[in-house]
Design a protein around this ligand. Sequence first.
Ligand code: C5P
Length: 223
Amino acid sequence: MIVTIDGPAGAGKSTVAKRLARRLEFEFLDTGAMYRVITLAAMVDGIPWTDIAGLAQLARACRFELQDSRMLLNGNDVSEAIRAPEITQLICNVADPPEVRAALVDRQRDWVAKRDVVTEGRDQGTVAFPDAECKIFLVASPEERAQRRFRELRAKGMDLTYEDVLAMQLDRDQRDERRPVGALRKADDAIEFSTDSLDLDQVVDQLESIVRKRQQELAGASS
Ligand code: C5P
């Protein structure tokens, strides 16, 4: 079974998806980490952002591995490095070109092949897995999302104001919503779920009920 969780930056997708996967005993696929690692690899290799063919080739061939939410690039653990604000700022250079997206969507499909997976990103229910059995679109108010990200970055010792974080988030939302291919959009058959004023356990509990209900419906339909 494939469960997709899409939604804007800071809605808590990664944490929620990871916990949900653990409860369901499914694998967890963080597709944002794939866009992040390609951004880092392009910087390391010195591929210019204008070289779309070079970036697409990198996205097809780059040796990265997702291991239980750790990201390895050429065997080195880059889990922290790919979360640096500099990467977040530059990521649109690999997330915008359709050629790079197509390469990563192929890798996502290969990764998922015949596994039970909770996958999270922006285009998982719309482009990567349009036939997924259960689709969630996770939202939260811009202020709540920015507060969450602000607390995370401060905890890592980064010197940013709440206003900086809100402005960067707005910029990302716009880019994510406006890209011609793979834009952030709720799939027609996705369930929209707001995490506003719910704590993590409440969100995971409710999503687990949604998925289990769907599993029962599918079991009923096939018997
Ligand atoms: O989820 P995360 O913040 O790690 O994603 C980083 C960026 O990667 C997003 O802002 C988005 O631009 C891009 N992304 C994407 N498609 C996905 C996942 C992430 O374009 N499926």
